[in-house]
Design a protein around this ligand. Structure first.
Ligand code: TA6
Length: 289
């Protein structure tokens, strides 16, 4: 079950208890999940900065930001704000129901709900975006896009998932071996050899469709990300120097998080003719190590 609250300043959120006694929190702002813990007493699966800002036109640092209609600064590196406007918009809650042992929340966004921000062309293609979130023994997120215009639509999209880890220096990310990636720090294309480890900042776009596993020996668990119709996975940890630049992230917080992002970006952007639809989905599961 869940409770919906709207603060005096209009900030809305849904907070609930999962069928397995865990907890979740989702904000109208960005339809942004900031909390998911599947069972009582377990470590949260999603990481949200203790100094995250919850304000209009500001991205919440953590949880699962929805990046749309571009990723980072776009395919030509010329778009702003970073990661598009969907995470900055107030989404409409369509449905909140208990179903099949889980709590399902369904939100929508369209071109009439885009925040008025510098850099965002208000005259945009018509589109309809719906996100369905199912909180239970695992977490399912489905991002469905429909081109409601009479011209083609080309967008990038990502579920920019921040995960809680015990110590990123001891974490390994599996399922990427043998795949090509763009190292955004060096701009070089490389092939991944073995699992991804962390001994410095990592910011990589992979071309991969496999399930991804985050092995965490400190919290003694595996976090398994199973995706559908996602051609890219982005792995990011800001490490010391980049974290120090973020006002909404404590200086030592890089040790406790890693981003594994479910996406379609760059040459894998989604192309939809009028009336066509596309659905990207993620299932996040906690398993024994
Ligand atoms: O997904 C990795 C990334 O693109 C990094 O380059 C970094 O910018 C990160 O996203 C965080 O983006 P944000 O706009 O939320 O600070």
């Amino acid at each position: 079950m869940f409770e919906r609250t709207i603060d005096p300043d209009g900030w809305g959120r849904c907070q609930g208890i999962t069928s397995t006694g865990g907890r979740f929190t989702v904000h109208d702002h960005g339809a942004h999940i900031t909390e998911w813990t599947p069972t009582p007493g377990a470590e949260p699966v999603l990481w949200t900065s203790p100094t995250a800002r919850f304000a209009p036109n500001v991205g919440i640092r953590g949880g699962i930001p929805i990046c749309f209609p571009w990723f980072a600064n776009g395919r030509k590196d010329n778009k702003s704000p970073a990661h598009g406007f969907a995470r900055l918009a107030t989404w409409q809650l369509l449905e909140g129901v208990e179903r099949d042992g889980g709590t399902t929340l369904r939100w929508r966004l369209d071109e009439t709900m885009i925040p008025k921000l510098d850099g965002i062309d208000p005259e945009r293609n018509r589109f309809e975006l719906e996100v369905t979130q199912v909180f239970g023994a695992d977490l399912q997120v489905r991002l469905a896009l429909r081109n409601t215009d009479d011209v083609p639509l080309v967008v990038e999209e990502a579920l920019h998932t921040y995960l809680t880890v015990g110590d990123v220096r001891r974490v390994s990310v599996h399922g990427l071996a043998g795949t090509e990636y763009l190292d955004k720090l060096t701009k070089a294309y490389n092939t991944q050899i073995g699992p991804v480890g962390f001994d410095g900042e990592v910011d990589r776009i992979y071309w991969v469709k496999n399930p991804i596993e985050v092995h965490d020996p400190v919290l003694n668990r595996r976090l398994v990300l199973t995706t559908h119709r996602s051609d890219n996975t982005i792995v990011w940890n800001p490490w010391v120097d980049k974290t120090a630049e973020f006002a909404d992230m404590p200086d030592d917080a890089w040790q406790s998080m890693v981003c594994v992002e479910t996406a379609n970006v760059r040459d894998r952007a989604v192309h939809l003719n009028p009336g066509q639809s596309h659905e990207l989905s993620l299932t996040l599961t906690v398993a024994d190590l």
